[in-house]
Write a protein that binds this ligand. Structure first.
Ligand code: GLU
Length: 484
């Protein structure tokens, strides 16, 4: 096996809700790196926060990852050489590893209660000391402590920190990062209820699962110090760490719900394509050497590399996202675009014809006005036989004195049309007839006609809309407008 083939990366979500764009970007970068290097992408579920982790949230995250196409080689549901991949099923492993640290003199049981610790913190604060653990239980005899535990006394397991040491690592994105001595005191690795803390189970898992690269959010940079200490205590090699740039909203504040949609699920609902979302988020912290901005997934795999990552904050530019989505959407062959659109039409109860030629013709008419699939829903609603609604602006147009003669002439020429549908070429001819019969031209001709077709005076060109609607529906609609 070449060394490149042994790349092992993981995405380790805490399942507490839908997948956020930040999480999706972390998953994407890890996935791209695995694909590029022919390595393995692992999905590990970090569900030790039992109050916040739910099975529903896990299913939501898994659904979002599958929708994006970021599939895993090993994971809680597909198995692999390091099962289980769900932390809540690995508690005995963490316990065993914590015991190994105690045996090696690198950790110790701590009987201090929450209240004791609060008091200690207050005292440290008053004395102007950092709020590090004061070491009360560090000096207890370990054998005695273990006996107490066996007798039923509750104890957490605390890691012995060498506070005189500084720690340095080479971040794949930020270069050298140094943590000076005495930044942290002895910290808990296993709570008294047997639940591990994140830093501990993360290292135990990354170490045992032979993870080679850890690309994760910037907010975990400070955790890396404790994690390095734990790696050292097990004599395990450090993986290579890369801490991704933070994602900001357009107001340069950390991206949050305040900025609007931030979860993949919401973007899916809004009609963004998964490949466009991946393309867009790939650029939040990475850039191609060629400055290319529109990528297929295969192109991303080819071009992605860790040397083009930036530590500077990335701004989530909604307009750019729309452009990226529109570009992907318009590049899809009509048949494919239709298959993507249909579930949205069905969900929003917009009717359509089963005829492939009609579908393709409609997409041709609307594609250039569609940035998202939900734009498509709006547009197809106009040509749904069972839906006709006149907008406020449409009502104003119908009040014009020119409207009535136009509508009457329109009904007349459509009624006399010999076929069920009117082609674009035939429409040019019919329009001239309406013009002659009504004596109207320009906007006084087009706007009332358009209102009678789609309920509003502006929008897609009439010559593109008319061929999509059955003659009898056109007449029904115009008659309805006359009655208004
Ligand atoms: N469960 C952590 C999170 O969701 C993973 C952090 C890591 O990648 O180490 O933020």
């Amino acid at each position: 096996m070449s060394s490149e083939n042994s790349v092992r990366v993981r995405f380790a979500p805490s399942p507490t809700g839908y997948l956020h764009v930040g999480g999706a970007r972390t998953a994407l970068y890890n996935w791209l790196y695995a694909k590029k290097k022919g390595g393995k992408f692992i999905l590990r579920v970090e569900d030790t926060d039992q109050e916040r982790s739910t099975i529903e949230a896990l299913n939501m995250q898994v659904g979002d990852l599958k929708w994006l196409g970021l599939l895993w080689d090993e994971g809680f549901d597909v198995g692999g050489p390091h099962t289980p991949y769900k932390q809540s099923e690995r508690l005995s492993i963490y316990k065993q590893k914590a015991n190994e640290l105690i045996d090696a003199g690198k950790a110790y049981p701590c009987f201090c209660t929450e209240q004791d610790l609060e008091k200690k913190k207050e005292i440290a604060q008053k004395e102007g000391r950092p709020p590090h653990y004061d070491g009360t239980c560090r000096n207890l005899d370990v054998q005695q402590s273990l006996k107490r535990m066996a007798g039923g006394d509750k104890a957490a397991i605390r890691f012995k920190v060498d506070s005189s040491k500084s720690y340095t690592f080479h971040d794949l994105i930020r270069n050298e990062v140094t943590f000076p001595p005495n930044m942290v005191g002895d910290f808990i690795v296993l709570r008294s209820d047997g639940m591990p803390v994140y830093n501990f189970c993360c290292v135990v898992d990354d170490g045992m699962m032979k993870i080679t690269h850890v690309l994760r959010a910037e907010e975990h940079l400070s955790n890396t110090l404790r994690q390095m200490m734990i790696y050292e205590s097990f004599n395990w090699p450090l993986p290579l760490f890369g801490h991704l740039s933070i994602i900001l909203g357009e107001d340069r504040q950390k991206l949050s719900k305040r900025h609007g949609a931030t979860s993949c699920h919401e973007f899916m609902k809004q009609g963004y394509l998964p490949e466009a979302l991946l393309n867009f988020i790939s650029l939040l912290g990475w850039s191609s050497p060629t400055a290319q901005e529109i990528f297929s997934i295969d192109e991303l795999i080819k071009q992605f590399d860790l040397d083009r990552m930036t530590p500077s904050p990335a701004v989530f530019d909604q307009k750019k996202f729309n452009w990226v989505n529109a570009t992907h959407l318009r590049a899809l062959p009509n048949e494919e675009l239709w298959s993507r659109l249909v579930p949205y039409l069905d969900e929003h109860k917009v009717g359509y014809k089963k005829d492939v030629a009609w579908q393709s013709q409609a997409l041709e008419a609307f594609k250039s006005s569609m940035e998202t699939l939900m734009d498509g829903v709006q547009l197809f609603r106009y040509i749904d036989d069972n839906h006709f609604e006149v907008s406020a602006e449409g009502l104003e147009t119908l009040k014009w004195k020119e409207a009535e003669p136009v509508l009457r002439a329109w009904i007349d020429v459509v009624r006399n049309h010999p076929h069920d549908f009117i082609t674009e070429a035939e429409f040019a001819d019919l329009q001239n007839k309406v013009k002659d019969q009504s004596g109207q031209k320009g906007k006084f001709l087009f706007m009332p006609m358009r209102v009678s077709v789609i309920g509003k005076p502006h929008g897609t060109e009439l010559k593109l809309l008319i061929p999509l609607i059955h003659k009898k529906v056109l007449i029904e609609r115009a008659e309805k407008c006359l009655k208004i």
